[in-house]
Design a protein around this ligand. Sequence first.
Ligand SMILES: [Zn+2]
Ligand SMILES: [Zn+2]
Length: 253
Amino acid sequence: MMPEFKKTPAKAQKLPSKEEHLEKESIDAPISAAGEFKLEDPQTGDLYYPCHLGILFCGKFEASLFKFLERHLRDIFNGVFYEIHNLGEYTFSEELLAKGIKEEYKNSPNGEEKLEVHPTNKLYQILIDSRITQRINMILLITDLPIYSSENQDIVFLFGEANLKHHTGIVSTLKLKESFYGRAENKELFFQRLLKEVIHEIGHLVLQAEHCNNNWCVMRFSDSLEGIDHKGVFLCKECGKSLERLKEEFNFS
Ligand SMILES: [Zn+2]
Ligand SMILES: [Zn+2]
């Protein structure tokens, strides 16, 4: 579902004066419509398993993070991936970084601090491009940038999102850190939260599935930190069965 563009009212309007026009432009300048990032993917199509998964990082992360995620992804999705590749760090050009950003108030106690939030479509396009240049079937981006959904403009800050059609997913770490809420950093808790979100988004991509209603399942939808902390890192029995069916379908040994 694409956001609708505002339609010009049918009745005739006075043309804005040059000053009015300039003023409007300067307000609108940093904000582009989500539609600007219409995803271009010359290679969308069915995915065959096992496949190659790439993890791309955007921001500063501990070197141990990739190994940690890889180990757990292998446990959960045993056999689904030939290899899980560390694609290293992506660096934005200033021009691209500025595109599509929206300013939002960080929901902090004083409510004063503003953050620049990035549209998911901008990030998906980077992933689609790397998928093609690096010949990787599926890519997940882990970023410390705040993100908003290009599909659902009602969600101000997103933890993560998956794009099934383009075999790409995004997880934003910003709101998974205790420091975001003004509390002391806790690395272990951060790694656990991130792991759940990473498994969740890859779960969408692999199982081609919606959310699960089982309480502890990692595929349960969570729009709050409490929800993430409440659920487990594993697939429930039902989701596990879907994974087994997929393996049967693709003749896994
Ligand atoms: Zn989800
Ligand atoms: Zn489940």
